[in-house]
Design a binder for this molecule. Structure first.
Ligand SMILES: Nc1ncnc2c1ncn2[C@@H]1O[C@H](COP(=O)(O)OP(=O)(O)OP(=O)(O)O)[C@@H](O)[C@H]1O
Length: 368
């Protein structure tokens, strides 16, 4: 576990957070511009002097009660920023070698080889860094950070400087990091699609304070957080592949007795995948619709309604149908955004048993 409490003031802005982040997987720090994401990351790295403590596993990096503050260069961290600072006069190999020598930490040739393989940059080793695309530069920067075998990888908007195409190129590599590496990653972003694809744990930051923190799927399924007011509000569901329909190139995925058909058939039976369902793609009915083109119609219980400007956000708990559902699994939630008119026409109230019609399910990635 990473246990941190950090407080600092910079002019009008103050940071004051106390968080416990899991020691595996990606913890995303998400929030609007200026909310303190970079400041938090820099304080974790020891680049900003904040009051408080930082404990990573059993290592104390800062503990004010004992007057302990480990300087940045002695913290076993990898730090990847938006625009990688690579030496233009050195090749990719030269940059990686330099990074390894400079770190003075437990970096090793094997770790470097593994990182090169993981980031798929083997073919780029002899290239001058000036000839690399933005996405390739970031992959080199990430490999350089990993080669030092850090205890913690800090990433500050690593994809923000890339266009949509380059971003799509590099995301699969980040997903590989996420599933392959045991080391925790703290990942700063203001892009919801990156949160939905990569984050296991989520910290919502607002004006230097942690508004909420917890497993990504839990926070995304809450209708009371500012996330639910976004146009792209929706849930992510970690589910297992339960059936392939090769004729239509679709698969059925299941979690906690809820089952959904999604396009594509590349994941193997039994594999864990992550799927996203946007609130605007979910509607509700009192009776299951007959003869609908919508494949995914799920029995749900309406947990709560949240009026939000012109629309109403419904939080729905999927009622397990499959007999294989294990009772130990956390229930699956959906959000549905509907109009006030529809809400009144159906006379919806908390506790109602309804049917959710899911118009679109996006397969994000293989899960963790
Ligand atoms: N030295 C400083 N003096 C005064 N204010 C500062 C100083 N450094 C940072 N700030 C302010 O602290 C706040 C947090 O900045 P920070 O860069 O951490 O935000 P952020 O969430 O990473 O933003 P972005 O997404 O735009 O990168 C901002 O309002 C910034 O203007």
């Amino acid at each position: 576990m990473i246990d941190l409490a950090l407080r600092l003031a910079r002019g009008e802005f103050s940071l004051d957070v106390a968080l416990q982040l899991p020691s595996r997987g990606v913890s995303a720090v998400f929030g609007p511009s200026g909310c303190g994401k970079t400041t938090l990351l820099r304080a974790l790295a020891g680049l900003e002097r904040a009051d408080g403590h930082v404990i990573v596993g059993d290592e104390y990096w800062q503990d004010d009660r004992r007057g302990l503050f480990v300087p940045t260069h002695r913290r076993p961290i990898g730090y990847v920023i938006q625009e990688a600072a690579l030496f233009p006069h050195l090749s990719v190999q030269g940059n990686l070698d330099y990074g390894l020598r400079r770190s003075g930490q437990a970096g090793s040739r094997e770790a470097l080889a593994q990182a090169v393989d993981l980031l798929g940059i083997g073919a780029l080793m002899a290239r001058g860094t000036a000839t690399l695309s933005g996405g390739e530069r970031q992959r080199v920067a990430i490999a350089r950070a990993l080669a030092t075998q850090p205890r913690l990888l800090l990433m500050d908007e690593p994809l923000a400087a890339l266009d949509a195409e380059r971003k799509a190129d590099i995301l699969p590599y980040l997903e590989r990091l996420h599933t392959t590496l045991a080391m925790p990653i703290v990942y700063v972003t203001h892009a919801m699609d990156e949160v939905a694809r990569l984050a296991d744990h989520l910290v919502l930051l607002r004006e230097g304070r942690a508004l909420a923190a917890g497993p990504t799927h839990e926070l995304l399924s809450r209708a009371d957080l500012p996330l639910a007011r976004r146009d792209d509000a929706g849930v992510v569901i970690e589910a297992r592949v339960e059936e392939h329909d090769d004729r239509y190139r679709m698969m059925r995925i299941g979690a906690a007795g809820a089952s959904l058909w999604v396009g594509g058939s590349h994941a193997a039976l039994g594999e864990t995948v992550r799927a996203a369902v946007l609130a605007r793609d979910v509607s509700v009915t009192r009776e299951p619709a007959q003869q609908t083109s919508i494949l995914n119609v799920l029995p749900v219980t309406l947990e709560s309604l949240h009026a939000d400007g012109g629309t109403v956000m419904l939080r729905l708990r999927v009622t397990a149908t499959s007999s294989s559902a294990s009772t130990s699994e956390a229930p699956v939630y959906l959000l549905a955004r509907i109009t006030h008119k529809s809400c009144d026409a159906l006379a919806l109230k908390a506790g109602d048993a309804l049917w959710a019609q899911v118009k679109g399910v996006a397969l994000m990635s293989a899960g963790g």
